[in-house]
Ligand binder design. Structure first.
Ligand SMILES: Nc1ncnc2c1ncn2[C@@H]1O[C@H](COP(=O)(O)OP(=O)(O)OP(=O)(O)O)[C@@H](O)[C@H]1O
Length: 505
């Protein structure tokens, strides 16, 4: 190894913590990826988890020296050979044992050689991070705060049905990450439903979004007031069922019973009939007048958006599901609706696709269908313990059973603690962005596929766009940098132009 490349030297440790003395002037950072080369060409990948000052000078003498410097501001009072007597020791965790062809990597079982010099990782060391058959791009490998030019992908066909969780406090880049992910999925055979309560993914007006994709015909945008190129979100109440209201407002047992009785009796006229009975003040099949009135009031509360919930017209839910099944991205703008109405719209669509995919599985047709991903923002609204205590909604059903039917959630959240542990543990890919709340970090770490017990501070100090991917589909918890969407698509457009320039046509 060229001496210029040396970042430090191994001076001890054990199988979970290797001690590396950092080279003076080449500061090691938390999260840095290091390589210890073995003589046979194999390598051990290490990651800096902790940094500590060490000094050969006794504490009292150090205090004296610093005191002299402070009081006399005398620069010459430095200690002799500071690089030898004061230095930094890094604790580095062995992450992987990489075979000399760099294509194979497994968990390390032996220690790197004692006194071995270590260097910083290079792109070619991580060739085993190859592009999978069904690529879902997440960003570039990051060593500490340095970005490498090495893309990180997971295979969406496996990763989406195993669910993806994106936790972070506000403003750390969750939506940016999802935009980058979706941009790259437009060309793939995967159906993605985006329930968008902030209307931030399509890119209305001058903001950039999925509408700017060269193949924007693969992206459908439904909104109560769509711009040109968008579609009207008008939902015929006839196609709503009682179970779609699970997770919207809290109904009593008697009110649920009333809804089911009306549905059984009047089928797709059930909502209209409840309204009618309330108006004329009649009882029906033993459902008491006050129950009818209260049920009607709650239904009206959820359905109060008259421009969205209408009494006639085609079945838009069916259209949406058909498009998902064709592998398209469907964005539903729920920004102008109440939270409950947005949840209802999502439930009606998801319940429909779930039913269809259950049928395909029973018929042995499921493998011919694209995988379906469902992007949900503010996940505790639908997966929170307090919501689920009223009964399981379709979102929780997908979190628990979707995998069997190739349907998965891409759940975005600021808080993970309100979500039941059993659901968190089922989310087998976590893309963890910065989080300053200790209780949240500890819940995320506790439910992660890889051991992140040493990463608490690293997660706290992640900058915008920096993340850690912990997944059963990656060989280690990969630190990544997510490009800014606007820059990323500009580059993508330029690289398309270049390809066009050299086209012989
Ligand atoms: N990878 C990145 N590089 C640089 N800046 C970024 C990156 N990701 C996001 N940002 C910037 O950070 C800001 C917040 O990003 P974003 O809206 O994606 O965060 P968020 O976590 O979704 O926030 P919120 O929870 O408030 O919705 C944006 O203005 C964006 O420009």
């Amino acid at each position: 190894m060229d001496d210029n490349e040396v970042a430090g030297q191994i001076i001890g440790g054990n199988s979970s913590k290797i001690l590396v003395r950092g080279k003076f002037g080449k500061r090691l950072e938390l999260g840095d990826l290091l390589i210890a080369d073995e003589n046979n060409g194999n390598k051990i990948l290490l990651q800096v988890k902790n940094l500590e000052y060490r000094s050969q000078i006794p504490q009292e003498r150090r205090e004296l020296i610093s005191g002299l410097q402070l009081e006399h501001e005398d620069e010459s009072t430095t200690f002799i050979e500071p690089e030898l007597r004061n230095y930094i020791i890094a604790e580095a965790k062995p992450l992987l044992y990489i075979h000399n062809n760099s294509k194979n990597a497994k968990a390390p079982k032996s220690l790197p050689p004692f006194f071995k010099k270590v260097r910083r990782v290079k792109e070619e060391d991580l060739k085993f991070l190859s592009k999978p058959k069904h690529p879902l791009y997440l960003g570039e490998v990051r060593s500490g705060s340095q970005k490498l030019n090495l893309p990180v992908y997971i295979d969406y066909k496996h990763a989406i049905p195993h669910h993806i969780l994106i936790p972070a406090t506000t403003g750390r880049g969750k939506s940016n990450l999802v935009k980058v992910m979706l941009w790259n999925l437009v060309d793939e055979n995967v159906g993605i439903l985006v329930l968008d309560p902030h209307d931030e993914y399509y890119g209305r007006g001058n903001t950039k979004g999925l509408k700017d994709h060269p193949r924007h015909e693969e992206v459908l945008y439904y909104s109560p007031n769509p711009p040109r190129g968008g579609l009207e979100l008008k939902i015929n109440k006839k196609y709503l069922k009682p179970k779609h209201f699970q997770g919207t407002v809290s109904f009593t047992d008697a009110q649920w019973q009333a809804m089911h009785k009306f549905y059984k009796e009047f089928k797709d006229e059930w909502i209209i009939k409840i309204e009618e009975m309330e108006r004329i003040g009649e009882e029906i099949h033993g459902v008491k007048k006050p129950t009818i009135a209260a049920t009607n009031r709650k239904l009206n509360h959820v359905l109060s958006h008259e421009d969205v919930f209408v009494e006639n017209g085609r079945n838009v839910i069916e259209d949406i599901v058909n498009n998902l099944e064709k592998g398209k991205i469907v964005i539903i703008d729920t920004s102008q609706m109440s939270e409950e109405a947005g949840i209802l719209v999502g439930s009606a669509i998801i319940e429909n696709i779930f039913r269809r995919y259950q049928r395909y599985k029973a018929e042995g047709e499921l493998n011919k269908k694209p995988v379906i991903g469902i992007v949900v923002e503010e996940a505790p609204r639908i997966l929170g313990k307090d919501v689920l205590k009223d009964g399981q909604n379709i979102y929780a059903t997908i979190a628990r059973e979707g995998r069997k039917f190739n349907i998965g959630l891409i759940a975005i959240t600021q808080l993970v603690t309100p979500i039941p542990k059993s659901i968190l543990a089922n989310m087998n890919t976590k893309i963890i962005l910065g989080n300053e709340m200790p209780s949240e970090r500890s819940e995320i770490i506790g439910s992660s596929p890889q051991d992140l017990s040493d990463d608490d501070r690293a997660i706290a100090s992640l900058d915008k766009g920096e993340a850690i991917v912990s997944s059963i589909f990656t060989k280690f918890a990969v630190p990544i940098y997510i490009p800014l969407f606007e820059d990323y698509i500009e580059k993508d457009e330029k690289s398309d132009d270049q390809e066009y320039d050299i086209d012989p046509l």
